[in-house]
Design a protein around this ligand. Sequence first.
Ligand code: ME8
Length: 497
Amino acid sequence: MSKFYITTPLYYVNDSPHIGHAYTEVAADVLARSERLLGKDVFFLTGTDEHGQKIAAASSSLNLSPKELADRTAARFQKLWEKLNISYDRFLRTTEASHEKLVREVFDKIHQKGDLYLGTYKGSYCISCESYVPSSQLKENLCPDCGRKASFLEEPAYFFRLSKYQEFLLSYIRENPDFIGPKFREKEVTNFIRGGLTDLSITRAGCQWGILIKENFSIYVWFDALLNYLSGINYLSDAKLFERYWPPDVQFIGKDIIRFHDVIWPAILFSLSLPLPGRIFAHGWWVIGGEKISKSKGTVVSPEEIISEFGADSLRYFLLREVPFGLDGEYSSPVFLKRYNSDLANDLGNLLHRSLSLLETSFEGKIPSSCGSSDEKLKEKSLSLPGIIKSIEALKYNEALIKIWEIVGAANKYLDEKSPWRLSQKEAGPVLYNVGETLRLVALFLKPFLPETSKKIAQRLGIAGEFEEQNFREVKWGLLPPGRRIKKGEPIFPRKK
Ligand code: ME8
C-alpha cells in the first residue's frame, strides 16, 4: 500500500481561528480523504504553533500566561476542526514535551554537523510575522510583509548556516519542478535565493517563551514550528513510524509563509540529510476589501457562525468552489449566500428532494427496478466522475466541483426532459433508477468534499451501510439495490434569505 503524508501549517494561538485557517484545513482534509478513498495509507498532520514573542505579548494583554492562552486557543481550533469534520491523524501542539525534546535534539544534531555558530544578531525583527527583517527591506521601520512596526534587536544568538545551502536549494528546485506549487511562485523563490541567503539566527535571547536551551537561549519560534513536520511522525523516537511516512507528499501553506517553507525548511532538511517533501503548495488569501482577513484588522469572519447557519459542508463547499486554489478570493456574505442557494439548495438539494418525492408518491418509497432503461447518456456521464480524482490530485478543487455539478445539472435536465411524473410506472421506474444511481455516484465523489452531505444522500437512498465501504478504487454503475426503502425527509439544503 503506498503512503501519503500531508501537513498544514501550525496555526498561531494568539487569536481564534477564522475562515483563512479553515481554508487550509479543509483543502488538506479533502486531499487526505481522497487519497484514503484511493486506498493509500494516509497520515494527516495539523496543530498549533504556541511559542514566541507574539503569543507572549497576546497573553500578557489578556492577563493570561502564554500556556493558558495556548490551551484555550488550541481547544478552539480542535473544536472547530471537529465541527468541520477534519479527519486529521494528529493534532500537534509545539508545547508538547515530545516536540520540545525533538527540537533540542535537532539543534544538537545540526550543531554537531558544524551548521551552527555563536554570533550576535543586530537588526530588525517583526513580532507579528516572527521574522528577522533585513534593513534593506524595511520601509520607514515597517515590516515589508505585514506593515507593522519592526523592533530593533541586538542579542547573542546561534546562527544556522543557511548561506551554505544556497546552491543546493537552487539546484534542487531546478531538478524538482513540482517541489514549489503553484508553478508561478517558483520564480519569486529562486530570485530570493539568488539575491543571497544570509545565515539565520535560530535562537532568541530576548524571548523566554520558547523551548529553552543552554545559557538561557530559547529556540526561534519558526525553527521550533517547522520541526513539527518531523516530530509529528516521531522523528528520532519511532523509526518505524517515521520511515513509514517520511517525506511529506504534500505540504499546504498560505502564500505568506513561502520563504520559511521553501527556503529555511528545505535547508534544515539538507542539514539533517533527510529527503525533501514532494510538494509544497502555497494557496492564496481570503481577503475582504482586498485586504487579508485578519483579526487585528477587524475583518474576521467567524467560521462557527457560518457553520451554525448553513452547516459545515456549505462552508467547505464555498471555500473550495469559489476560487481556484492558489489565487486570492474576496469573501462576502452575499456571495456566500448566492453560491449556497444556487449550487447547494437549487442544484444538488433539489435534485435529491424531487427524486425522493417522486419515489415516495409513485413507488411506495422504494428504489424501482432498473430494467427497461435504454438511456445510456446519464450513465456514461456519471461514470466519468472518476476523472475528478486527477483534478483533486492536481489541487484543482474548483475544477473537480464544477465537474461534479455538471453531472448534477445533467441529472436535473434528464428529469425535466423525461418528466417521469407524466409516464407510466413501468416507464418512470428506470428513469428514477438512473437518477438515483447518479445521485449515489455524485455522493461517492462528494465524500472528500462534503462528508456529511454524502452520508445524508446515502441515508436518504437507503444505502447508508454499504455506502460507507464504497471507495474510489472500483466505481461501477448499478449498485443501487432495487426495492430498497428510501427516506424522503426534509430538503438537505433549505433555501436561505
Ligand atoms: O503563519 N487566507 O500561522 P498563522 C487564507 N504559525 N489562508 C489564511 C489566511 C487568510 N486570510 N490567514 C491565515 C503561521 N491563513 C505560523 C505557521 S508552520 C510551521 C507555522 C492560513 O496562524 C494560511 O495557510 O499566521 C497560513 O499560512 C496559515 O493559516 C497559518 O497562519
